[in-house]
Write a new protein. Structure first.
Length: 214
């Protein structure tokens, strides 16, 4: 939806360890996505001790967002129902927030043959249903100044993305507890320039276009 990879993706649990920002800008509307660590619970319904602080941080930040989207794996839940997912959805539904929209978004629906009784159904791999979700989110956008420059990706953001890509590969190739104990850092950064417009020229063009609207 944002048109680029912004966070690590893997089959392992706890892949997302910190909040990651992604930005989608279409026309006069800008949507900021915050990917948070998963709300992992034990069968007892309580969080695992080693990630308790991380989960508590996610719960504290929930009310900061205009729209809250709970995403889960449709195939995994329908073939092997997980009571923890049910309890999470019940908790989200019971704690009302009049100023916040809450959505249930079911991913990997391309793997499900019978699709009745599904809510927002999407396939991140094939793009199915993504346009419908995007349209809905655009309709929920609040009128206010944009927080992000749509044409400029800061060096800090690019560095963070590079770290996420490396961590994704570590999770893919190294197993068990090893990838979770690795602390990788960016030691050097070098930009390679081509014939495309520079950041400064795109920034100038963007602000000029905004000025022409008024």
């Amino acid at each position: 939806m944002v048109g680029a990879k912004v966070s690590a993706v893997s089959r392992k649990t706890n892949t997302t360890t910190h909040e990651v920002l992604g930005v989608m800008t279409k026309g006069k509307t800008q949507i900021r996505f915050f990917d948070t660590p998963g709300l992992m619970l034990k069968k007892s319904g309580f969080p695992h001790k080693d990630i308790k602080a991380r989960i508590e941080s996610v719960w504290r930040s929930i009310d900061l967002y205009d729209v809250l989207i709970v995403i889960f794996d449709a195939q995994r839940h329908l073939t092997k129902p997980d009571s923890r997912v049910v309890r999470l959805m019940e908790k989200m539904g019971s704690e009302a927030n009049p100023s916040q929209k809450r959505l249930l978004c079911i991913n990997k629906v391309d793997l499900i043959e019978k699709k009745k009784d599904l809510c927002f159904t999407i396939s991140g791999l094939k793009g199915a249903g993504v346009k419908d979700l995007t349209k809905y989110l655009m309709e929920q956008a609040v009128k206010r100044p944009w927080d992000e420059d749509p044409l400029i990706m800061s060096e800090e953001v690019m560095k963070n993305i590079s770290l996420e890509v490396v961590r994704e590969k570590l999770l893919h190739y190294i197993h068990q507890e090893i990838p979770y104990g690795i602390d990788h850092r960016l030691m050097d950064w070098k930009e390679l320039h081509d014939d495309k417009p520079t950041q400064d020229s795109r920034r100038k063009e963007w602000f000029q276009n905004r000025a022409n609207r008024y």
